[in-house]
Design a protein around this ligand. Structure first.
Ligand code: CA
Length: 233
C-alpha cells in the first residue's frame, strides 16, 4: 500500500514541484498551504510522513511541529530557508526528525523522505516482532516508561526533549552493546549520510547532563574510543 505524505508549503510552485516528484515515486500526496490546515490534515490523514515548511501564514511550521509532536510520532521533515533556524529545529526544542535547507534538490528531498520512511518501518517492524514490548526499563535509579514516553531519575521526572528521550530509550534497549555513531544516527534519527555524527555527540552530552551524577565522569553512557557509545545498566 502506498505511503501517504502530507506536504505543507505555501509557495505554490514549490508545493507543486514537491507533490509532482513524490507522486512520481508512487506516494499518496496531500498538500496544504498554512499551519491550521496542516494540523487539521495531519489529524485526519494520519500520514506516514509530514514535510513542513517553517515560514507559513498564520501558525508557523515550528508551532505546528511542536503541536503535532505532542500528538503523534509521525516523522516530520522541516523545510527551512534560514540556516540560523536549523539549531532550533534539530536541536530538539521542536522535535522535528530532519530538515532541508532551501534551495534543495528533489533528489535530496527524496533521499531524506525514503530514509525517514525506512526508519519508521524499522520501528514498526520491531514493535511487531515484540508485540508486548517492555513498558518499563530500569537501570538502577533510572526508569523509562515507554508507554508514557517519559523517564525518571530517583523518582523525579526528567525534562527530556523528544530526541533525548528517544536516544535514552534506544540506549536502554541496547544495554551493554557498543553502538557506533552511524548506527545510532540511522536508528534514532533515520539519517544515513556522513558528516552528521556530531549530532549524536551533542545529544549524548545533553543527556549526560541530565542522567549522570557527574557528567564529566560518565558511568551510564560510556564513550568507546574510536567506536561510539555503550550504555551501562
Ligand atoms: Ca513558506
Amino acid at each position: 500500500m502506498a505511503e501517504t505524505i502530507l506536504v505543507v508549503e505555501d509557495e505554490p510552485s514549490l508545493q507543486e514541484t514537491i507533490a509532482y516528484n513524490l507522486e512520481k515515486q508512487n506516494y499518496n500526496v496531500e498538500t496544504v498551504a498554512d499551519g491550521r490546515a496542516a494540523l487539521e490534515a495531519a489529524r485526519r490523514l494520519d500520514p506516514d510522513l509530514i514535510l513542513l515548511d517553517i515560514m507559513l501564514p498564520g501558525l508557523d511550521g515550528l508551532e505546528v511541529c511542536r503541536i503535532l509532536r505532542s500528538e503523534m510520532t509521525t516523522p516530520i521533515l522541516m523545510l527551512t530557508a534560514r540556516a540560523d533556524e536549523i539549531d532550533r529545529v534539530v536541536g530538539l526544542e521542536i522535535g522535528a526528525d530532519d530538515y532541508l535547507t532551501k534551495p534543495f534538490s528533489m533528489r535530496e528531498l527524496l533521499a531524506r523522505v525514503k530514509a525517514q520512511l525506512r526508519r519508521a518501518r524499522l520501528l514498526r517492524d520491531e514493535a511487531a516482532v515484540d508485540p508486548d514490548p517492555q513498558e518499563m526499563l530500569t537501570s538502577g535509579d533510572l526508569t523509562i516508561n515507554a508507554t508514557r514516553r517519559e523517564a525518571t531519575l530517583n523518582g523525579e521526572l526528567l525534562a527530556l526533549k523528544p530526541k533525548e528521550y528517544e536516544l535514552l530509550l534506544f540506549f536502554a534497549q541496547h544495554r551493554g552493546r557498543m553502538l557506533s555513531r552511524e548506527f545510532i544516527l540511522e536508528r534514532v534519527w533515520g539519517w544515513d549520510y556522513v558528516g552528521a555524527s556530531r549530532t549524536v555527540d551533542v545529544h549524548v552530552r545533553w543527556l549526560r547532563q541530565k542522567i549522570e551524577p557527574d557528567p564529566g565522569q560518565p558511568t551510564r553512557i560510556i564513550t568507546v574510543r574510536g567506536g561510539g557509545y555503550r550504555f551501562e545498566g
